[in-house]
Design a protein around this ligand. Structure first.
Ligand SMILES: C=C(O[C@@H]1C=C(C(=O)O)C=C[C@H]1O)C(=O)O
Length: 310
């Protein structure tokens, strides 16, 4: 996917930015479908749970170790040098690139807005358990059938490497999506700086939020997301064999469910929609507001007045 730092057309066109957000929906949905094939494996997200990592001097979780190792290689390959990519590992812990840094034209105003800690927290505590619920329950059934009962029944299929690989892909896509809120804010600011400046000079997050929120855009997004999740979760062949829905409930997913990993569903459709409604969209708007609150940092009164005239 093109970075906003490598395009010919206007990088701050709101339509173009929204088309990137729309494409990231596909990346996130397909990543969640793949992760949902494995059990929850909660041990992966518990700090210090692996003796092997502690013996190497790493006290974090399996996923945090996986992120650090992955992002270290990516950093050496010159990722995270453009201001629209944010590693989960602190930049100070990542190695320098082996290539000379690329020169990026300044688009965003210099800022330190970073929501990755919140993204990692909600993804591991709320999203992973929900989207892997079907695989986890299926695993427990198969373990009981083999005479395994009690704590060993649940939640762990041992696929820590495969599951973490998919977690990293989804986390990077969610991070990119949430932090694209900065481009949205810069675009909206430049189109009407006089609307925003008073609420930045006298910090008023609620007023800035009211300026950036577009309820109709959000409503259409959630409808589109549900359709995508329902369709992407069905195998094309199975979809061909599906009888035509006889009720709105059935049309909504397998057996009147929401496509929760039913015979033809591979993902909790409601879970995908709620991921956006409860986490991704609110966090994106928080990034937008936080970015705007610092949009005038370091500017003189004359520079601000000049901005207001545009
Ligand atoms: C991203 C935008 O800003 C806000 C955040 C949105 C989102 O996170 O999907 C959608 C509309 C706005 O409320 C936008 O205007 O496109």
């Amino acid at each position: 996917m093109q970075s906003n730092y490598s395009v010919d057309e206007d990088p701050l066109s709101l339509d173009r930015i929204r088309s990137i957000l729309t494409r990231l929906e596909d990346t996130i949905i397909f990543g969640l479908i793949e992760r949902a094939q494995f059990a929850h494996n909660p041990k992966m997200y518990q700090k210090g749970a692996f003796k092997e990592l502690r013996d190497m001097g790493f006290e974090g979780s399996w996923l945090e170790w996986f992120l650090k190792e992955t992002e270290s290689f990516h950093a050496r390959a010159r990722r995270y040098t453009s201001p629209d990519e944010y590693p989960f590992t602190p930049l100070s812990e990542l190695p320098s690139p082996v290539l000379a840094p690329l020169k990026f034209k300044p688009i965003l105003y210099p800022n330190n807005v970073n929501a990755n800690k919140s993204i990692l927290a909600f993804y591991t505590s709320s999203i992973v358990p929900r989207i892997t619920r079907y695989a986890t329950l299926k695993l427990a059934c198969s373990k009981r059938a083999k005479g395994i009962s009690g704590e060993d029944e649940f939640e762990d299929d041992g696929n820590y490497g495969s599951a973490a690989t998919l977690d990293v892909e989804v986390l990077q896509a969610i991070s990119k999506r949430v932090h694209y809120g900065k481009f949205v804010s810069e675009s909206k600011f430049r189109s009407a700086p006089w609307d925003f400046i008073p609420h930045i000079q006298n910090p008023n997050p609620a007023a800035l939020d009211a300026l950036i929120v577009k309820p109709e855009v959000e409503r259409r997004l959630l409808l589109r997301l549900r359709k995508k999740a329902l369709n992407y979760a069905r195998d094309a062949t199975e979809a061909d064999q599906l009888p035509s829905p006889t009720s709105p409930q059935e049309a909504n997913g397998v057996n009147g469910t929401n496509g929760v990993n039913g015979v033809n569903g591979k993902i909790d459709v409601d879970g995908v929609v709620e991921l956006y409604e409860n986490y991704i969209i609110p966090l994106t708007k928080e990034v937008e507001v936080e970015y705007l609150l610092h949009r005038l940092d370091g500017l003189s009164q004359e520079q601000i007045e000049e901005l207001a005239k545009r």
